[in-house]
Design a binder for this molecule. Sequence first.
Ligand code: A2P
Length: 334
Amino acid sequence: MKQYKIAVVGATGMVGRMFLRVLEERKLPASEYFLFASARSAGTTIEFMGKKHTVRELTEDAFKDLGVDIALFSAGGGTSKTFAPIVAASGAVVIDNSSTWRMDPDIPLVVPEVNAADIPMYKNKGIIANPNCSTIQAMVALEPLKAFGLKRVIYSTYQAVSGAGMGGYSDLENGLKGEAPKKFPYPIAGNVLPQIDVFLDTGYTKEEQKMIDETRKILGLPELRVTATTVRVPVFHGHSESINVEFEKPFELSEVRKLWESTEGLIVQDDPAKGVYPMPINAADTDPVYVGRLRRDFSVENGINFWCVADNIRKGAATNAVQIAQELIRQWEA
Ligand code: A2P
């Protein structure tokens, strides 16, 4: 099997460091790794794959002559906008964690368990987009339910501070010691913030709009009725979501459970009598998506409510991106 050259851009960040851990765990067929960040951390070293790697500065010429095959990006939207096309032009396939390219109709937006078949679209621009963290976990749970015809989806999220990067994490850590926030507009310790990202003219936040748009694109249902309220909660790791779904067709709860039980990457934790349901504290630092609290929504003809939890930095970001890289290599080798 060919050995590939893999780069990580944003290697010093919250998601970037998890890229490195997941790459160590999954052992891709790689001959060489290159780590990039901004000028601020260029020259520092990071222990990875049993050896010290010097962090390189991302510049316009940084990828020239390196022969990189796959570049995992998580260095902010602005960096992706400028550098993803440059890195793609150097011959690498960019797997980008920012929101910059997600809704470009020429760029695939991929959750491997759901739409790995869209990956070959990377040939258009040399870029594959990694979806929003909250969207990814919902997709794994919703895809199998297309069997009943999805009519409407309502998301209410409870999102961890790690989703806002190192700055978000520090705000909760320091806020618990009584310090003022630096990243969030208000204290997050002992509080919940019904705002993630900026507000749009519609009154929705950008995070909410991302969930709506990305759900339609990934499920291939451009007309699906979807709405969302996204909320930041004082949890370090793991996003939780209350999801309400209305189906076109009649269904049995047992059928939903059966479909979920045979879904790759999904674990059903649902035994209310024993107090068993998914929680971020248990999902933290693991790769699956967890579902539970499944019950009928008696306010509509064919509907359910359920609770969905995943580690937002793993399945919601780094793991999903590395899974895309693995699937890309699998397709190249096929
Ligand atoms: P650096 O550590 O040098 O600032 P987080 O979202 O956790 O804050 O991480 C952001 C990541 O993106 C960091 O690795 C950061 O590197 C990197 N980054 C930010 N701006 C740039 C840039 N202009 N070029 C390359 N990497 C960048």
